[in-house]
Design a protein around this ligand. Structure first.
Ligand code: ADP
Ligand code: MG
Length: 253
């Protein structure tokens, strides 16, 4: 098995606070990895290290077996899909322009290819085609989030990073988006790294789950293995506190 993302002996310090030391992690290609941990434990930092927005102080990051330091930053950012909470759409651009922004940069000459990509991704994320010409301010929160996902996927990235992407939408929309992203993962071979603080969400979506506390890996395994054999008291407590085992098992499919 070859890892598509590798963290090797990573250390990260903000001001004088070291939030990660000797951090190691291999993420396999095609995985839907959910990262769960309390606020401030280093989830966002970890994600932003993958697309080069944050650099470690020590250690190496390998993307597709290439050292991140040897990859052009702009090329790296464009090759990795990135979704965050709330609307990050360009407000002065229509839905279509938002979704086709990166594909246009990548295949500048092929407008038709771009148009087809827009139609395809609108459909996949469950948006009606007639929303194409609307501006973000003319969409609901859930629709904006869907456009954000379509935009992140439109350049057909091999890696999709999602940082608490469904945190700002209502319960019903969130559950629809969860179903859709799970389907998208099944249909495409995209490797997803998805940060959440919602235990049920992590167990529903993840093919692997990484449980993090203060920058330290508590457990990294499949949902089934974590439930049947929690690695330590932290994991046990997390499972007990947030949901009954029944709730989590019910969601596993
Ligand atoms: N730019 C920064 N400057 C100083 N401290 C930061 C900065 N970014 C994050 N931190 C701190 O690092 C820790 C981890 O942050 P973060 O990765 O955002 O955690 P999470 O996403 O899990 O909530 C937190 O204690 C946070 O306050
Ligand atoms: Mg965060």
């Amino acid at each position: 098995m070859s890892a598509i993302i590798q963290f090797q002996n990573i250390e990260k310090t903000y001001d004088e606070k070291t939030i990660m030391r000797d951090f190691n992690l291999n993420i396999e290609k095609g995985e839907f990895l959910t990262i769960i941990g309390s606020s401030g434990c280093g989830k966002t930092t970890l994600l932003k290290m993958v697309n080069g927005l944050i650099r470690p102080d020590n250690g190496n990051i390998w993307i597709r077996q290439r050292n991140i330091n040897d990859i052009n930053l702009i090329a790296l950012i464009r090759s990795i899909g990135y979704c965050i909470q709330g609307s990050v759409l360009f407000p002065h651009m229509t839905v279509e322009e938002n979704i086709s922004y990166v594909p246009n940069l990548l295949n500048r000459r092929n407008k038709q290819k771009t148009q087809q990509a827009v139609a395809k991704w609108l459909k996949i994320v469950g948006l009606a085609d007639d929303l194409r010409l609307r501006y973000p301010s003319e969409l609901s929160g859930g629709q904006q989030q869907r456009v954000g996902i379509a935009r992140a996927l439109a350049s057909s990235p091999e890696i999709l990073l999602m940082d608490e992407p469904f945190g700002a939408v209502d319960e019903i929309t969130r559950s629809q988006l969860q179903t859709e992203i799970k389907e998208i993962h099944k249909k495409t071979s995209v490797t997803i790294v998805f940060v959440t603080h919602d235990v049920a969400e992590a167990f529903y979506l993840g093919t692997k789950i990484l449980i993090l506390d203060s920058g330290i890996i508590q457990q990294y395994d499949t949902p089934q293995n974590i439930i049947s054999a929690p690695a330590n008291q932290f994991v046990e407590k997390m499972l007990k506190t947030h949901h009954t085992q029944y709730d989590i098992l019910k969601n596993l499919s």
